[in-house]
Design a protein around this ligand. Structure first.
Ligand code: ADP
Ligand code: MG
Length: 292
């Protein structure tokens, strides 16, 4: 499926003293199989943008086009879009409310009127994707779980709707490194194995550098850059100018080059960096440790 935003502007509290233009003339489209990372500092319009992609917000100006058809204002159109485009909110665990993990994840499919069997299958599948054992956790109260586990329950609640596009708003914010890793691994596997299109909003450059195949940089309600990660993350100065950092890896490679090591300083992913550093160490000197 594809979703396009054409000339989209969004003004909050229009006509009041609190009027604020959060999106300005946005052109943007998501296509099948993409893994899009959206970066930008707080207040740049990321959350406002993604809520237009699943019909939670409507443009003040411009239009949303889904699979070539312009979205109307009807409730039916919006509901249909929300079923296909799953949105995991920032701190999604705050929206858990049922007494068991099973009931919470089953909430969406139940509202679709699916059979008990289909509901259970969907809950099982969603729990498997986020790495929660069905038998161990299904009857637990979500409120007894760790922060990372609660967030995974909340993500499973969106996955149980089998969205074609999955949007996650800062899904790792506030979690410890293991909790972050668990979630990123699940999201990446979903993209790889089930071909789910993913939109990941994050202010963590390393996460986006690692996973996305297209990166959107937002600033003051506008899309400043929209390009493959190699084009975005090598522009360290430009990122710094708008108050964003660069991935740690590219900074490391630049520091190594400056210190006299013969490495490619455009690398921004850890795996490639490791190989490049080992190659540089071996070059002409035999075993890597002979240089130390
Ligand atoms: P981000 O997700 O990048 O931090 P948001 O899309 O949440 O940015 O917000 C963009 C701007 O719109 C911010 O300046 C924010 O204060 C403002 N904003 C967000 N939601 C509302 C709202 N409901 N009413 C008024 N202003 C809002
Ligand atoms: Mg936000």
């Amino acid at each position: 499926m594809s979703v396009q935003l054409i000339n989209v502007s969004h003004i909050y509290a229009q006509g009041t003293p609190f009027e604020f233009a959060a999106l300005k003339d946005i052109h943007f489209s998501i296509d099948k199989d993409e893994f899009i990372g959206i970066i930008g500092h707080t207040g740049s319009g990321k959350s406002t943008l993604i809520q237009h992609l699943n019909g939670l917000l409507s443009p003040t100006e411009g239009s949303v086009v889904v699979d070539g058809v312009k979205m109307g204002d009807s409730k039916g159109d919006k509901l249909a879009l929300r079923r296909k485009v799953g949105l995991v909110f920032q701190y999604a665990e705050h929206q858990l409310f049922e007494e068991t993990v099973f009931k919470d994840i089953a909430f969406g499919p139940k509202n679709l009127g699916l059979s008990e069997e289909e509901i259970e299958n969907r809950v099982r599948d969603a729990m498997e994707v986020v790495g929660l054992d069905f038998e161990t956790y299904k009857e637990r109260s979500p409120f007894e779980l760790s922060g990372g586990q609660m967030r995974r329950v909340a993500i499973a609640g969106v996955l149980s709707m089998k969205p074609e596009i999955l949007i996650l708003d800062e899904p790792t914010a506030g979690l410890d490194p293991y909790g972050k890793e668990d979630i990123l691994r699940s999201v990446y596997q979903l993209h790889e194995r089930q071909k789910t299109t993913v939109v990941l909003v994050s202010h963590n450059m390393d996460e986006v550098a690692r996973l996305a195949n297209r990166v959107i940089v937002m600033s003051s309600g506008e899309i400043l850059m929209d390009a493959p990660p190699a084009e975005i993350f090598t522009q360290v100065e430009k990122l710094n100018e708008i108050g964003l950092g660069a991935p740690d890896i590219i900074c490391l490679m630049r520091a190594l080059k400056k210190a006299g090591m013969d490495v490619d300083d455009q690398i921004f992913r850890a795996e490639q960096a490791k190989e490049e550093i080992l190659r540089a160490l071996k070059r002409g000197e035999g075993a890597p440790c002979s240089k130390i």
